[in-house]
Design a protein around this ligand. Structure first.
Ligand SMILES: [Zn+2]
Length: 122
């Protein structure tokens, strides 16, 4: 892949990383605040625990994505960006353009998602 494209991906990944990092520190603050709130009546309590659960699940997917973005940045540093982790072929530019932190080419992603292949065992 040419350098200009790689630089563009790096910028996008770094921006995404910063965005997720901010988002996660925000959810942490909010969930702490929610946790510190005094117990109110039952309805209020239900809303609070619903909010907490929402935050936890958002935080979870945020953390997962943060990891993917971080890994992609490491691959950029190592010159392995855009290479499928499963089959080693290069991932199409269009796919990377849509999801720069993807780890697999389209074929492997489909296999991973349908559960027919164990990533990395080929
Ligand atoms: Zn692949």
């Amino acid at each position: 892949m040419d350098k200009r494209r790689l630089v563009g991906f790096r910028k996008r990944l770094e921006a995404k990383y910063a965005e997720l990092d901010l988002f996660l520190s925000k959810t942490q603050t909010v969930s702490r605040e929610l946790g510190e709130k005094r117990r109110g009546d039952e309805g209020e309590e239900a809303t609070l625990s619903y909010n907490r659960e929402m935050l936890y699940s958002q935080g979870d997917s945020g953390r997962t994505q943060l990891m993917l973005v971080r890994d992609a940045l490491i691959r950029l540093d190592e010159g392995e960006f855009g290479i499928c982790e499963s089959c080693g072929c290069s991932i199409g530019f269009k796919r990377l353009d849509a999801v720069p932190w993807t780890r697999y080419c389209r074929d492997c992603q489909e296999e991973v998602e349908s559960g027919t292949a164990v990533p990395g065992e080929r």
